[in-house]
Design a protein around this ligand. Structure first.
Ligand SMILES: Nc1nc2c(ncn2[C@@H]2O[C@H](COP(=O)(O)OP(=O)(O)OP(=O)(O)O)[C@@H](O)[C@H]2O)c(=O)[nH]1
Ligand SMILES: [Mg+2]
Length: 328
């Protein structure tokens, strides 16, 4: 037990112990957690309470909806991709989600400030990408549902702090994920042990690359870094490279935007269909209308992969930005 806990802690602790119902316990526990000063000496204590709180919330949700286990980690997919930010404490995950989306997660100087995942939508031209802020990775307390969220993600942003041993943080996170069977898609070293591996796309985001003074730090980090990583230095605080980050996230998601138009009309360029890279006219058609595929006679395409208005077959591979006219 850390020695420097304030008197309010002990009072809140009494109330928490006396609480009877799950709802009261949650309220009292949240209050109790609010009294604990955030510093290294209380990390374990706070991690323990977080775990208890997660259990209580799961129990409360299970009661509300019998037969269905609800969890804060079950976040409905929205937009063109689900992107999860992970990393060591205090690297700026919440600051990045706050800078890039409509969400307002708590950003704080002290580590372990995020307890629950928080989704937000990041506008990217005429589409939106879902970014999810998460609690820091922590070997003392591993939330299995966080691991599942990572496994299900379309892209992982592994955030490191350029100003605080980014190499150590990256190696630590990679080792942590590997211990849980999660490895980077296309990782140079193919996993050898016999177990079930989940491959996820990873983009290393090197945060706190505030201004030109950080350039030397980046050079040192890059010189020491081993292996091939998709990587981008950014700053949540000064905004450096954040527009570039959006573009790189789009690239890493491996998606294309295509527009459909009825014959003789203009396409709605504000409302693209989002498809995986490599998708064909046949993949697009049922998204435009569920009955179209059966009756599809031909298609015309305007865009980079074809000459304007070119007649194409069902298996024509579409490119980002294509306009497609389906002929029924
Ligand atoms: N200089 C600088 N500071 C930053 C930047 N991004 C975040 N910070 C600061 O770093 C601290 C931690 O930021 P958070 O966003 O709370 O970090 P986090 O990764 O969400 O932390 P946990 O939730 O504890 O895991 C805060 O004091 C931020 O103001 C940045 O780009 N540059
Ligand atoms: Mg945070």
């Amino acid at each position: 037990m850390p020695t420097n806990l304030p008197p309010e802690y002990f009072e809140a602790d009494k109330r928490y112990r006396a609480a009877q119902s799950t709802a009261d316990k949650i309220t009292c526990l949240e209050e109790l957690m609010g009294t604990i000063p955030k510093h290294k000496g209380t990390d374990k204590l706070r991690a323990g309470y977080r775990k208890r709180l997660a259990k209580l919330k799961a129990a409360a949700n299970a009661k509300k909806r019998p037969g269905r286990q609800e969890s804060v980690y079950h976040i409905d997919r929205e937009g063109a991709g689900q992107v999860v930010l992970v990393g060591a404490p205090n690297v700026g995950k919440s600051a990045l989600v706050a800078a890039l989306t409509n969400a307002k997660p708590e950003v704080s100087e002290s580590p372990y400030s995020t307890w629950e995942p928080t989704p937000g939508m990041m506008p990217l031209g005429n589409i939106q990408i879902q970014l999810i802020d998460t609690p820091p990775l922590n070997r003392d307390f591993v939330e299995p549902q966080l691991l599942d969220l990572i496994r299900r993600s379309d892209l992982l942003l592994l955030v490191v702090d350029l100003q605080t041993d980014p190499l150590g943080q990256l190696e630590d996170c990679v080792a942590f994920l590997r211990e849980h069977g999660i490895v980077a898609r296309g990782a140079a070293a193919v996993p050898t042990e016999e177990r079930h591996w989940t491959f996820v796309s990873i983009l290393v985001v090197v945060n706190k690359y505030d201004d030109q003074e950080s350039d030397d730090l980046l050079d040192v980090f890059l010189a020491l870094l081993e292996g091939e990583w998709a990587l981008l230095p950014v700053s949540a605080t000064t905004g450096r490279n954040l527009e570039r980050l959006k573009a790189v996230v789009f690239e890493q998601l491996n998606i294309i935007r295509v527009y459909s138009k009825p014959p003789g009309r203009k396409p709605d360029l504000g409302a693209p269909f989002v498809l995986p890279k490599g998708s064909t006219v046949e993949d697009l058609t049922p998204k435009v209308h569920k009955d179209f595929l059966e009756n599809l006679k031909a298609a015309r395409v305007w865009g980079s992969g074809s000459f304007d208005g070119q007649m194409v077959g069902r298996d024509h591979v579409l490119a980002d930005g294509d306009v497609v006219e389906l002929r029924i």
